[in-house]
Ligand binder design. Sequence first.
Ligand code: AMP
Length: 415
Amino acid sequence: MKKTLKDIDVKGKKVLIRFDYNVPLDGNLEITDDKRIVSTLPTLKYLLNENVAVIIIAHLGRPKGKIVPEMSLMPVSIRLSELLGKPVKFFGGDCISVQSKKAASDLKPGEVLLLENLRFHYEEEGKSKSGERDKAAMEAFAKELASMAEIFIQDAFGTVHRSHASTVGIVKYIENAAVGFLVEKELKFLGEVLENPLRPFLAILGGAKVSDKINVIGSFLNRVDAIIIGGAMAYTFLKSRGINIGTSLVENDKLDLCVELFKKAEDRRVDFLLPIDHIITNKVNFLNKDIPNDATVKTTLDEVIPSGFIGVDIGFKSIDKFSRMIKSAKTIVWNGPLGIFEIGEFSKGTIEIAKLVAEGTDKGVISVIGGGDSVAAVKKAGVDKRISHISTGGGASLEFLEGKELPGIVSIPDK
Ligand code: AMP
């Protein structure tokens, strides 16, 4: 068991805490969803009650080691200050500048300081200026951050599957470290699913890229009783079976791997479900997520997609087939939409599956949903409150459920 915030005497001390403040911003740099900030309030209030001087570190977007003013954490500092009802100190530019370090050293008990976007430093992600892996640079950066406080709390679940300065680096220099309330909750919930899932255990995987999730599928086949593959991922699997998929998204270099995964599923007697019909179109704008007015949209009769057409959602027969499997499951893990759900016409499959998972949960099924798009989809379906656990880390929750060790958790000392 990892040390948690309540195992450490924080009273009156200076604490460095890693949060997930990677919030969506609109063109005017207004925060469009502050859920991630709101979710840190219980931890912050606990720390302030203990008269702690709180230094927060976080990242926003993918600035790739450069100062990108549009990815500043300034809007987060303003929103956080409103929510806490007290000032949040913030200095733009550089989280380890002389000014930031002075602010950290002058910080009094009961005060809050938010440091600028960690990823303005390439060292955060363990890289050198040229993009090569550079552990020494990462450690030097971590040491600078660590020098600001006496205790480190890891509370950003979304990044603990990465070996970054703010996940593994800092702990080398601050031994007094623990996980925060949010990470503790994730570990408790996902740990129970990993160790003792109620069976049948079903995984539903969708989304666009097979390459991102192929390893997950391989390890899930060791754990689950059934797996449903939807979204663009399904077409690579269908093509590997010799089925015509028109011009749907496909990863041709993964076809052999798909064949191996079918074989593994068969050997392990895991039900492996693919769509048996599709919603297809001849034109779609992947980037803007819209369809031109002159596009033709139709449903296929079976799994075959005619030439010139792209699969964009699962069809009604597939929904029906998947629904029977969902209704029989006792534990469901879901990551990735089953179609281009951002486009209303192509969201039906994902929305129906979300409703079925929620109905199951109402009857006692344990459901875990992770990944930004799947979470957005259950919200769109209006069933987010009926899911057992919505994980704050899509990649991290999948890696955890695969049975992999998460570097940012391993680095935290045991109780
Ligand atoms: P991922 O990040 O891998 O979970 O992928 C999420 C994205 O997959 C969403 O933006 C969906 O629009 C997209 N997606 C789902 N199904 C399809 C499909 N059939 N064709 C293209 N993109 C898809």
